[in-house]
Design a protein around this ligand. Structure first.
Ligand SMILES: [Zn+2]
Length: 182
């Protein structure tokens, strides 16, 4: 998730404070309460995005971004199997509110480089869901929010996604820069 600072502040104030910070130490799989912060955050997004009329548009751009990521060698084609990618006017650029559901901001449609970069970021979250399970992902994310790690690189779940996004961007830039003749 990448979101505006104002939203982050609002989230901390409305969601993080009432919940005990030590509720989710260690592996919280199967403990519904530990995912509460994440669930509360994404519930309205899921409700809104599920009925967004433009959610299925510009499949050509999504295919291009996906194929570019596969061509870099950073992601195998199998990473995209079973993954639904839809547009939704989010506060931020992208989000993976449930396993195998990637939401992307339609504002990304105007820039294929940024779209590919953000899709790479969100696909790292898809991989994390597969690695930890849905409860594991949501519990870890909730714990990071509740302990004020934020939504940037200070959040360990996000840090991995941002680091991967950096690799995608570096690879794309390297591939597109003109080579010097020997
Ligand atoms: Zn993220």
């Amino acid at each position: 998730m990448r979101v505006a600072l104002a939203w982050l502040v609002a989230l901390h104030m409305t969601l993080a404070l009432p919940v005990a910070a030590d509720e989710c130490n260690g592996d919280c799989t199967d403990r519904r309460a530990c995912r509460e912060t994440f669930d509360a955050t994404v519930a309205p997004v899921l409700a809104r995005c599920g009925s967004y009329s433009g959610r299925g548009e510009r499949q050509d751009l999504l295919r291009q971004a996906r194929d570019t990521l596969i061509a870099t060698g950073l992601l195998p084609a199998s990473a995209f199997q079973g993954v639904t990618i839809q547009w939704c006017p989010l506060t931020g650029s992208g989000m993976v509110p449930d396993p195998d559901l990637v939401l992307l901001n339609p504002g990304l449609q105007s820039n294929l480089f940024t779209l590919t970069s953000i899709l790479g970021h969100e696909m790292k979250h898809v991989e994390q869901y597969r690695r930890w399970g849905a409860d594991g992902f949501k519990c870890r994310y909730s714990a990071e929010i509740r302990t004020f790690k934020g939504l940037g690189r200070g959040n360990s779940v996000e840090r991995e996604a941002y680091d991967f996004q950096d690799r995608v961007e570096a690879t794309l830039k390297n591939a597109s820069s003109p080579r010097q003749a020997p």
